[in-house]
Design a protein around this ligand. Structure first.
Ligand SMILES: *Cc1c(COP(=O)(O)O)cnc(C)c1O
Length: 354
């Protein structure tokens, strides 16, 4: 069945091992983040084999998928939990990130009812303005946690780059360390884990700029795609093609490069603009916006350019191909994070581990 996503778990494992090795030199452990591929157990297993000691996902449903696939490693929720999912969270996971004291108290109750204990990572906002406490709220959170019997504070973490595009710096990492100290003083005992972010923070590791108090990262994109979206840069030493989209060609024909007729909006309400490059060889691949984020697809053949897409048709300029695609043939693409996320979520895309 096409389109299909070819996944190479060996490349994921090698990427994980390389990230773990580089971080490990600075005493930094790596948690594997599985939300980018709906926690497919084969890919998640490759992360564990590469050295990720704990897996994190933003969806309880994905954590359940891992649990049911037989994972015995600790599993944690990576999104601050909904009050409505605490019961299921306690059933499935070993821990979660948190940012609201009310949620911690509700979690304590749910854990107590279930007779379980849970670890929490307290999220600090050091400037990206997504989830997290301000530094001056940390001490009170520490006191709240000190009052809990079922909830253990495993550490403090921050998320940067995801919402506000904030880049990691020694300064915002130092603020995170300050948050750890304030949390510890409210808690009345030391806080061990300091989680300095995600893929974007690897550059501080590679540049030897990471403060030595930071001892953990939560990594998805680098391991899966070898890319740092925050810098729009490939990360040296990592595979870029562990995930490849393969789509089937359903039309090949020479057409003008500029549409003919009066121009209104396209199927998605945008008025398209096309440069007139004369008549050129085009191909249509049977994949579209319902399956993927189109601007996140990069053709493996440098002679192919993506012209655009509707829900189900991907239009390609193939004039410059040395071997142009033929009807019934295939075109292949590497992916960005958004495209990987959409493709792994789509039930119209077959996932094949190679
Ligand atoms: C998604 C996410 C990560 C992993 O991000 P990558 O850029 O894929 O490494 C880490 N932490 C949190 C809180 C996240 O939501």
């Amino acid at each position: 069945m096409y389109p299909r996503l070819l996944i190479d778990p060996a490349k994921v494992r090698e990427n994980a091992a390389e990230v773990v090795r580089r971080a490990g030199k600075l005493g930094i452990g790596v948690f594997g983040v599985t939300k980018g591929f709906c926690a497919d157990p084969v890919v998640a297993r490759a992360m564990v084999e590469g050295g990720c000691s704990l897996l994190m996902d933003s969806r309880v449903k994905n954590l359940r998928r891992l649990r049911e696939a037989g994972f015995t490693e600790p599993l944690m929720l990576l999104r601050i939990p909904m009050l409505s999912e605490l019961e299921e969270l306690v059933e499935v996971a070993d821990g979660t990130v948190v940012s609201m004291p009310e949620t911690v108290l509700a979690l304590e109750k749910a854990a107590s009812t279930a007779g379980k204990t849970l670890d929490v990572m307290v999220m600090a906002d050091v400037g990206d303005l997504r989830e997290g406490l301000w530094p001056d709220e940390m001490e009170a959170m520490g006191r709240t946690l000190a009052s809990c019997k079922r909830i253990r504070c495993m550490g403090v973490g921050t998320n940067i780059g995801c919402f506000g595009g904030v880049l990691p710096t020694p300064q915002n990492m130092a603020l995170l360390v300050e948050c750890r100290d304030r949390l510890a003083s409210g808690l009345g005992r030391p806080v061990e884990l300091v989680s300095g972010g995600a893929t974007s923070s690897i550059e501080l590791v590679d540049n030897a700029q990471m403060p030595r108090e930071v001892n953990n990262l939560r990594v998805g994109e680098a391991i899966l795609l070898g890319f740092n979206t925050g810098r729009m840069q490939a990360i040296p030493g990592l595979h870029r093609d562990a995930f490849v989209l393969e789509a089937e060609v359903v039309e090949v024909r020479v057409k003008p490069s500029k549409p003919i007729g009066l121009i209104g909006a396209d199927a998605f309400g945008k008025v398209p603009v096309f440069e007139d490059r004369g008549r050129r060889l085009r191909a249509i691949a049977a994949v579209g916006k319902q399956d993927a984020k189109i601007d996140g697809l990069t053709p493996l053949d440098p002679g192919i350019t993506v012209l655009g897409a509707s829900s189900d048709h991907l239009t390609l300029d193939v004039e410059d191909c040395t071997t142009p695609p033929v009807l019934g043939g295939f075109v292949r693409f590497t992916l960005d994070y958004g495209a990987m996320l959409a493709l792994t979520t789509s039930s119209y895309v077959e996932k094949i581990c190679v």
